[in-house]
Design a binder for this molecule. Structure first.
Ligand SMILES: *Cc1c(COP(=O)(O)O)cnc(C)c1O
Length: 423
């Protein structure tokens, strides 16, 4: 970053120049001293979402009762899907809210593999979120072990080996499925290039956007993507366990066969036909009654992001992650931290991992003694999530000082190396 200066005064100047600074007021921030750098795992709660949830509970459910379905709920998976579509570069009729990310991945992987009969190879990478890899393994088991899973290697645990992809991919490739932004290092794939490579081999592509949507620009239509899934409780601030979404390119929708046939995917569920006939379009990708409370809360949170637009959010995110890396080089590198993320912002999402042999205990000490919440990803990544919509530059500066103190004053030594259930 140009003009970088490690002083607190400089952080204040950056906040003063921040054209998105006011957006922080959209969020409930009860403890201003608490620095929250974990919006990449669970986003903060917007005021309007808290109010909306209250309204849905007391009015739409409490008073409206079953009438809520016709009034507002039945169409919500499509309606909320269209709002998310605006954040992921999808024309109408291609995104729907349903289930969880892992379940959606299962549905689409099974459908994709069936759409490429005879092809036996699935490609992903060793940096992918384990749940995604587990789902793939489970699908292979269900399909009688006819497929093999080839994972792109990564020498440094930060960047995938893209040359390996060109060597691996070929006429036997059924599906390439990757996380657009990698959960540990924050590596950001060039989705357009990968998609084209896969299409040249006749394979389908499925992107997991969990760490991308709301954090980096996503252009599913422009990439010519086939399929995508993503979660809404990270940068979309949907709330714990809020429902996920999925994208299916228009031309594929009526050709794919889903592995779970539920009544919400039936062409007219309230005819109560005894035989399943799938709906046209995106409704075919639903299964069951949606979790209305969390879906409507999430809708309200997504609207906050729509007010800003991804281009401006990305600009601030890049500026803030660059600032964090510069501060880390200055204050933390001498204490044994190394960068666990790509240095170039072109290849980086909106979080920065700092590696340290004592990463786990440092994370515990930061949360319990320093009023700073990052998270830890084994073996040694202290992961600092920047949610540009509410993160301040002075918070980033202060976070780096707190990390420095935990190491310099050996505060982390008070904590056990024994892992908690959720890190
Ligand atoms: C967060 C995340 C998920 C979440 O999966 P759930 O099914 O919601 O628990 C899946 N994949 C990736 C890449 C993620 O980052």
């Amino acid at each position: 970053m140009t003009n970088f200066d490690p002083s607190h005064a400089y952080a204040k100047i950056l906040d003063a120049q921040d054209e998105l600074a006011e957006l922080r007021q959209e969020f409930i921030i009860p403890e201003p001293e608490l620095i929250y750098l974990d919006g990449n795992s669970l986003g903060r709660l917007p005021h309007r979402t808290a109010e909306r949830l209250q309204e849905v509970v007391s009015e739409e459910w409490g008073q409206g009762l079953i009438r809520g379905w016709n009034a507002n709920w039945f169409e919500a998976p499509n309606r909320v899907g269209e709002k998310i579509a605006l954040l992921v570069g999808a024309a109408p009729g291609q995104v729907i809210v349903s289930d969880t990310t892992s379940i959606n991945l299962f549905k689409l992987v099974m459908a994709a593999l069936r759409a490429r009969p005879g092809r036996q190879q699935i490609i992903s990478d060793v940096l992918n979120f384990p749940s995604d890899l587990y789902i793939l393994q489970g699908c292979m088991e269900l399909l009688e072990k006819k497929h093999r899973l080839d994972l792109l290697p990564s020498e440094d645990g930060i960047n995938p080996d893209l040359c390996a992809l060109e060597e691996m991919i070929g006429p036997d490739t059924a599906l390439v499925t990757l996380s657009h932004v990698v959960f540990k290092s924050g590596y950001l794939y060039d989705a357009q290039v990968i998609t084209e490579l896969a299409h040249r081999a006749g394979a389908l592509v499925l992107w997991d956007l969990s760490h991308s949507a709301g954090a980096v620009p996503v252009e599913l239509d422009a990439w010519n993507a086939d399929l995508a899934v993503g979660c809404t409780y990270k940068y979309l601030n949907g709330g714990p366990g809020s429902p996920a979404y999925l994208y299916v390119r228009k031309e594929l929708q009526d050709t794919l066969q889903l592995p779970v046939w539920g009544w919400w995917a039936q062409h007219s569920p309230f005819d109560f036909d005894l035989v399943f006939t799938p709906a046209q379009g995106m409704n075919r990708f639903l299964v069951s009654s949606p979790p209305v409370l969390s879906m409507l809360a999430m809708e309200s949170s997504v609207e906050v992001l729509l007010k800003v637009g991804m281009a401006r959010l990305r600009r601030k995110s890049v500026s803030q992650t660059e600032y964090l890396i510069a501060l880390s080089d200055h204050y933390l590198a001498p204490l044994g931290f190394t960068l666990g993320s790509p240095r170039s912002s072109v290849q980086r999402g909106s979080h920065v991992s700092l590696r340290h042999t004592e990463g786990y205990r440092i994370n515990r000490a930061l949360i319990e003694a320093m009023n700073l919440i990052p998270d830890f990803r084994a073996p040694d990544n202290l992961r600092l999530g920047i949610a540009p919509i509410y993160t301040r530059y002075t918070e980033i500066w202060e976070a780096v000082q707190r990390i420095r103190r935990v190491v310099e004053e050996k505060i982390y030594e008070r904590y056990s190396t024994k892992r908690l259930a959720v890190t």
